[in-house]
Design a protein around this ligand. Structure first.
Ligand code: FE
Length: 244
């Protein structure tokens, strides 16, 4: 089996969210798709280990917010790589509710669907959750984010719980072209230190650029980063980075 073939399947990227006992839960998923039009039904595939999965099943409701192409990457970091057990992912994120009460994310999104859960199918590691759309709307007409564009632009990995996650070893064992990147970083030959990559999410620390989001000025070698430096996307510590 050539696992790279799976990268040729097209997807978007969405924030899936719910509310249970007054608390909001959510994650970034690429598997959200329409399955019937009369009535309008959609399905999501949600990992059993995801904190949000059981909350969606218990509350019997969820929202799907469609991310825009030029997404705020911190949103992906929070909803894609961190657990709602450790933090409130919704802090500072603009949301509304419609009929079901599931929070609908407006930031970096172009459209949303409010759904009531009508069925679930246990498919092994994941649960296929089927919902009937009770309300939907468009926020803007900006371009939508595709999974392919996200991977090529940000070069990030799929989180381990994503239905499309493939172990690096399996990919490396396969013949095939490397993923073409959209924006090659400029050569860092004139700056000190090497580019370091976060092994959790794929974020690249380029000393030439520093990390303004974390207050690190351009020209700071990886070695000189403070010991408590954290990946701006997934919050992993320095020990999770390796030289690229
Ligand atoms: Fe990271």
């Amino acid at each position: 089996m050539n696992y790279r073939a799976f990268h040729k399947l097209s997807y978007g990227l969405y924030i899936i969210a719910t509310e249970s006992a007054g608390k909001k839960y959510g994650y970034v998923g690429n598997t959200a798709f329409q399955i019937t039009s009369h009535p309008s039904k959609v399905a999501i595939s949600s990992h059993k280990d995801n904190f949000s999965t059981q909350k969606i099943i218990d509350s019997k409701k969820f929202s799907i917010s469609v991310l825009k192409k030029e997404v705020e990457t911190s949103l992906i970091g929070k909803f894609g790589f961190m657990s709602g057990e450790d933090m409130d992912k919704f802090q500072g994120v603009e949301t509304i509710t419609a009929q079901t009460g599931a929070p609908i994310v407006l930031d970096s999104c172009v459209a949303w669907f409010d759904c009531k859960l009508v069925d679930t199918v246990d498919v092994g590691t994941h649960i296929l959750i089927i919902g009937e759309v009770v309300e939907s709307d468009i926020i803007s007409n900006e371009e939508v984010l595709t999974y392919d564009y996200y991977h090529r632009k940000y070069k990030m990995f799929a989180p381990k719980n994503a239905p499309t996650y493939i172990e690096q070893e399996k990919l490396e064992a396969e013949p095939g072209p490397e993923v073409e990147v959209l924006e090659e970083k400029s050569s860092s030959s004139s700056s000190p230190g090497a580019v370091h990559i976060c092994t959790i999410c794929g974020f690249q620390y380029d000393p030439e650029e520093g990390d303004p989001s974390m207050g690190i000025p351009p020209g700071t070698p990886f070695e000189d980063l403070p010991d408590d430096y954290k990946c701006p996307i997934c919050n992993a510590g320095k020990e999770y980075f390796k030289e690229s």
